[in-house]
Structure formats: C-alpha cells, structure tokens
Design a protein around this ligand. Structure first.
Ligand SMILES: O=C(O)Cc1cc(O)ccc1O
Ligand SMILES: [Fe+2]
Length: 439
C-alpha cells in the first residue's frame, strides 16, 4: 500500500505545498502578478461566487500550465463507456423489487480502465438543471494511462467493492481500498490506477455537494467524525506527453480533448473544495439500547440535501458491524414501504435481512412504495431467537444510497447487464399466515 500523506478534516480550509517548492503558495493573496517558480494561478469553484460563506467552496491551484491549455474537444462523443447513460426513458418504469447478482468484471484479455468500465444502473433528473442523481457501477482491470477524467455534471461518491483504487488527483494522491469510500467533486481531474480485477459502486449527485448529517440530540460527536476524512497533499509531475487525453463528462455524455502535458502539475493549492476519503470502519455507531429497530438514517455517513427541508437527494448509509441488544424486539429491518428509493450494495459479508442471494458486488433496488423486508428465513429465525446481546454483521459491510427521487432503470440495468435475479420475489413467498384467535 503506498504511504501517501493526507490532511485530516471535513469542510476545512486546507493548504498544501510540495515540500521541494516551499514558496509555491503565495502569501496573503491568491493572484500575484507573477507566481513563484513561474507557476500559473487557477481557481476551481465548487459553488456560486456569491454563495453564502457557509456554502462557499473554492480552491486555488498553483500549476505549471493552466487547465485551459488543451486542444478543442472532439465534436463527436467519446464512446468508450458504452453503457454510461443519463437517459431515464430507455425502458418502461419498473416498480418490482429488484436484485442483481454480482456485476461482471471483464477478464484480462478485454482491457478496461475506470472510465471505459462505467455503466449506469439507474437515476433521475437532469444535470442541465442541476437536479438529480445517477447510480453507476465501475468494473476495470487496467490503469488509466495518460488519461484524466472530470465530471461537469455532479459529484462522485465512489464505493470500492473489489480491488483498491490508487487515485491521482490535481490535489495529490488517494489510495482507497474496499471498506473505504472517496468523494471526487465536480470538475476535479483524476486518474485511477488498479491492480487486477476491480469493481465498485458510484453515487453521482447533480444538486449539491455531500455534507455530514446534522447530529441533533446526539450531540457534538458521533457517526462519521470530521477528523476521519482525509484529503490528499500536493503532488505533481512536470511531464510532457503527446496526446494526453482529458475525458469530460458533460450533460451525461463523454467528450475527449488532447493536450501535451500531464494535468497533474499542481505544485501547491489552498481552499475548501477538495477530494477526500473516509474509512467506514471509523464510523461511530448509534443504535437503540432499549427496544425497537431504529430507522437506518442513524447510519448516515454523508448526505446531499434537497431544497425540501430534512429530505435528501441522496443519503449514503452503511450497515456497519455493531452490537444488537434490543429487548422484546424483532431485531432485523422491519417490513416496510418507503416514500424514498433504496438502492443497496454489499462490499463484503452477508446482509442481515437476506443472508442468501444478496452477494458482494451485487445490488438491490426497492423503489418508492415497493414493499420489502426480511426474507422468510430471516423472519423465522429472528422471531424466535434468544434476545441476548449479539454481534451483527462482523465481517460485513452493506450500504444504501437512499433517495427522495424516483429512479428509472437504464437498458443496461434492466437487460444488458444480464444480472437481474428473476427469482428474487421467491424469498418472501414462504412467509406464513400466523394469525390465530388466541395469543
Ligand atoms: O430495506 C432495507 O434493507 C434497508 C433498511 C434497513 C433497516 O434497518 C431499516 C429500514 C430499511 O429500509
Ligand atoms: Fe428498506
């Protein structure tokens, strides 16, 4: 594992300078007439200039060449990621309970990098009006070579499931392993190196940036703590390359432009608009210590709020290892119908409500008002289990992207991936009518 240095904190004002160029960050101003070492100053804005201070996000980059020094975007779309989509009218709406078997990672003879291995499962909204989300799967087996990606449409929350991602960004390097996540926000250029078969999930939000949920009566500490979020430190290369590819996702479509210099040429930067990673094992779990099953919102790691008070475009929720101690309680998730969409993935282990059938690298989708809950085996077991303190989910990490939007499947999600488990409904069919007159 590479020993990268990180800065700790969430939503902080950071500054990082490559140690060999200690004067690269101007003092007391952002745009001197001449920057040290002949660098260019460039601002990357993550919010409107006029956004209130609490929401304002920007970073100043001090780089060897400004990002604008690239050749024109090619007029035709870049077609490497065949099944990346933002067209939510590809198939008929589908209210079914859906489960996908693990998504296929191409074998090594079909070299695929992170960009070409992006496929969209479902989503809603429109990046043009900056409202909505998309859920993608990435599968790859090859590093991105002389190629950098950025997204004009939204922020990527990346959940590795198999294989580590060694990510180079304009801000420095991030090494992200399964059970860690990272967020790469709008406009930030990055390249992904991998070692062997690699797979994971991406939640892309168009509306806003991710933030930590408020803690209310929990108090000042708990859930994901700000200091456990890690941001890279300045790293750069001064490397001329013929035909370095910049791939941009713009209005849901990929475009390619060439340039002759590596974009990872930032010697120093400062600001509060940064990529970051977080280790899910650091999540401080809160739960009921008396009775009943808490709603899964207590496990929210990050949230992207909507304009509707208290309602998320998307929450990123995990189901971490924990103690279960509730008395006189059916402890697994309850049966329910939700006014939100629930997309779930499994990083490793077994999800408590469905020990069979939901495999790591697969997924489920329970759409708005589509009933769901524990399978019949889980119900039988949990209704008669001895209620002693019990460890739940050791060696397991399931997660949920929960959204207030109604999600549409793509053709890939519904048909082409060929992973839908058409027998999913059977897991509830053995639930018995236990009704009786006497208790
Ligand atoms: O459906 C699911 O498995 C996710 C979920 C878990 C839980 O503990 C409570 C509600 C819920 O939607
Ligand atoms: Fe649910």
């Amino acid at each position: 594992m590479p020993e990268y240095k990180y800065l700790s904190g969430f939503d902080s004002e950071f500054a990082s300078t490559h140690p060999d160029y200690p004067n690269a960050l101007p003092e007391g101003q952002n745009s001197p007439q001449k920057c040290a070492y002949g660098l260019y100053a460039e601002q990357l804005s993550g919010s409107a200039f006029t956004a209130p201070r609490s929401e304002n996000k920007r970073t100043w980059l001090y780089r060897i060449l400004p990002s604008v020094r690239h050749k024109p975007f090619e007029p035709d779309a870049y077609c490497g990621a065949t099944f990346l989509s933002s067209n939510w009218d590809e198939v008929l709406p589908n209210p079914a309970q859906l489960r996908w078997n693990p998504f296929e990672i191409p074998d090594e003879t079909w070299k695929t990098d992170f960009v070409d291995g992006l496929s969209t499962v479902c989503g809603a909204g429109d990046a043009r009006v900056r409202h909505g989300l998309a859920i993608h799967i990435y599968v790859c087996n090859t590093s991105m070579e002389n190629r950098s990606f950025y997204n004009s449409d939204g922020d990527f929350l990346i959940v590795p499931q198999q294989g580590a991602l060694d990510i180079t960004t304009e801000f420095g390097k991030l090494y992200v392993e399964p059970n860690e996540i990272c967020v790469i926000q709008k406009g930030m250029r990055f390249s992904v190196n991998v070692n062997g078969p690699t797979r994971g999930y991406i939640l892309e939000v168009y509306d806003d940036h991710f933030r930590l949920p408020d803690l209310g009566p929990i108090g000042a500490n708990g859930l994901a703590n700000p200091r456990d979020f890690l941001t890279p430190t300045a790293w750069f290369e001064d490397r001329d390359v013929t035909d370095y590819q910049i791939i941009a996702k713009f209005q849901g479509v990929l475009f390619k432009a060439l340039q002759n210099h590596s974009p990872y040429d930032v010697v120093a930067w400062h600001g509060n608009y940064v990529p970051y990673k977080y280790n899910l094992a650091k999540f401080m779990v809160i739960n009921s210590v008396s009775f009943d099953h808490c709603d899964p919102s207590i496990f929210t790691v990050l949230t992207c709020p909507s304009m509707r008070y208290g309602t998320a475009i998307a929450d990123f929720v995990i189901f971490p290892p924990r103690w279960s101690v509730q008395e006189n309680t059916f402890r697994p998730p309850y049966y329910h119908r939700n006014c939100m969409s629930e997309f779930m993935g499994l990083i490793f282990g077994k999800y408590e409500a469905k020990e069979g059938g939901f495999a790591p690298g697969g997924a489920t989708l329970h759409s708005i008002m589509t009933p769901h809950g524990p399978d019949s085996e889980c119900f039988e077991k949990a209704s008669s289990a001895k209620l002693e303190p019990q460890r739940i989910a050791d060696g397991t990490q399931a997660f949920m992207f929960e959204s207030s939007l109604s999600l549409s499947l793509t053709k890939w999600g519904q048909h082409i991936c060929n992973k839908i488990d058409h027998k999913y409904f059977e897991c509830w069919q053995k639930l018995k009518n236990n009704f009786r007159i006497e208790n």
